[in-house]
Design a protein around this ligand. Structure first.
Ligand SMILES: Nc1ncnc2c1ncn2[C@@H]1O[C@H](COP(=O)(O)OP(=O)(O)OP(=O)(O)O)[C@@H](O)[C@H]1O
Ligand SMILES: [Mg+2]
Length: 259
């Protein structure tokens, strides 16, 4: 898959394809076996040097944070498969939590909701599109999106049907999962060293990953956690932006790169 992606980005069929440095992000929770598998997969690119970096560190850098400072930085990455929560200080991860509740969970819950309540079969892609177009984590949000008419198949008759839904309905569907993420954030704050906790109450928490873009997330997290919440509106690119920054001068970042 990696080979295919690189071919897409560099379509010219060079007889020798080589890179000077390759830096790949890896989730913090990845096991040593998974890390080794990724390193092996990177072998194919003939790079002079190859490194791994924990994605939350790269994401923090991509959001423009100075991870080398001693004060605590709190990062929440709500990706597709997993939500990773870390506290960073002096370029290291000092507290960590992760849960397998993230974007895919929301999509599956939306799909399930239509099946159970309306006998309506919608594909996972449609469920994801519903989330992106009208998904919200609060009932009251600024500029609510217009209701959406979705198409699906009636499970009993097999006939294509349409149904109009609004953001409040999606809020009810994903509410419990968002609460689970909130609880994990609170738990991480509670276990974080006290001197860093005070920094976090001042600096706030930084939320990235595609699902950070869900409507009302900032207001909801602030109401529950009582700290300032900063949403990264470039949520898809925080990790790659961080890595791009490192690639400009990799020799300055040996302390965060894993050979
Ligand atoms: N506008 C949006 N609002 C809410 N969610 C969105 C939006 N756009 C994309 N997403 C979701 O963001 C997720 C993808 O984000 P991201 O690229 O951060 O995940 P990932 O890094 O691939 O996953 P992981 O970190 O778990 O490996 C998907 O669940 C997608 O449905
Ligand atoms: Mg991710």
């Amino acid at each position: 898959m990696l080979g295919g992606l690189v071919d897409k980005i560099f379509p010219s069929k060079l007889p020798f394809r080589g890179f000077d440095h390759i830096i790949s992000g890896i989730p913090y929770y990845a096991t040593e076996v998974e890390r080794r598998a990724l390193r092996d997969a990177l072998e194919q690119f003939n790079s002079r040097k190859k490194y791994l970096i924990f994605e939350p560190l790269a994401a923090a850098m991509g959001m423009g944070l100075n991870i080398e400072e001693p004060d605590g930085k709190f990062i929440v990455d709500i990706g597709g498969g997993i939500t990773e929560i870390v506290v960073i200080s002096l370029s290291g991860i000092v507290s960590f939590n992760s849960i397998r509740t993230a974007g895919d969970t929301f999509d599956e819950e939306i799909q399930d909701h239509f099946r159970r309540n309306y006998n309506l079969a919608v594909g996972l892609k449609t469920a994801e599109q519903i989330k992106i177009r009208i998904g919200a984590v609060r009932e009251d949000i600024e500029n609510p999106p217009a209701p959406l008419t979705i198409k699906g198949k009636d499970l009993v008759t097999g006939i294509p049907v349409t149904k109009k839904i609004d953001h409040k309905e999606i809020f009810c569907v994903i509410d419990k999962s968002v609460t689970r993420i909130e609880n994990t954030i609170v738990q991480t704050l509670e276990t974080c060293p006290p001197e860093l906790a005070s920094d976090i109450y001042y600096n706030g928490i930084h939320v990235t990953g595609g699902n950070a873009l869900l409507r009302g997330l900032k207001e909801r997290f602030e109401a529950r956690i009582q700290v300032p919440v900063h949403i990264d509106y470039n949520a898809f690119f925080s990790v790659s932006k961080g890595i791009a920054r490192i690639l400009q001068k990799p020799e300055n970042y040996n302390h965060v790169l894993m050979a």
